[in-house]
Design a protein around this ligand. Sequence first.
Ligand code: HEC
Length: 156
Amino acid sequence: MRRFSFALAPAALLTAALLTASTAAVAADAPKDLVEYRQRVMSALGGHTGAIAAMVKQQVSYDHIEAQADALAATAPVVGDLFPENSGPGDYAETDALPAIWEKPAEFQAAVEQFEKAAAAFPAAAESGDRATILEAFKALGGSCGNCHETFRADD
Ligand code: HEC
């Protein structure tokens, strides 16, 4: 019985935490939280892309390229949601997002779409197992990250 009640307690706590979180989400998200969430998602993209690069460059012989490609493609569609009005440098200074994102929405949207297309196409290339096909798709993918960063992200 002791073990049972021990197992229940964390579940109850988790439920309470989730309820609190969903109530909080009804209020406007704070700029700091929006920026930090965006940076975490970007870091995830960076992680998958870096892992793919290590395999493409044959630094490691892992056969994980499909898993990394799928994770990247699954995450890509959220990128367009990461830039709400109240998450710019005027709202929270610790961001590298440039005002151009909100000043040139059509150009920014085009950069998002170029990336989404490259990310969506990558799993099929990874699955092909053909090195030239993978390299070409990876160049398009990396190019789509760089294309957006060049215009819309501050240099570190
Ligand atoms: C449509 C624009 C856009 C695309 C596409 C994009 N990024 Fe970003 N990325 C940004 C912006 C803007 C920031 C700065 C975010 C901030 O500081 O609020 C950023 C930040 C980052 C960061 C730093 C995160 C941190 O911890 O501060 C990494 C890493 C990153 N991007 C990797 C990638 C990779 C890899 C890809 C492609 C697979 C990619 N990004 C695609 C716009 C983009």
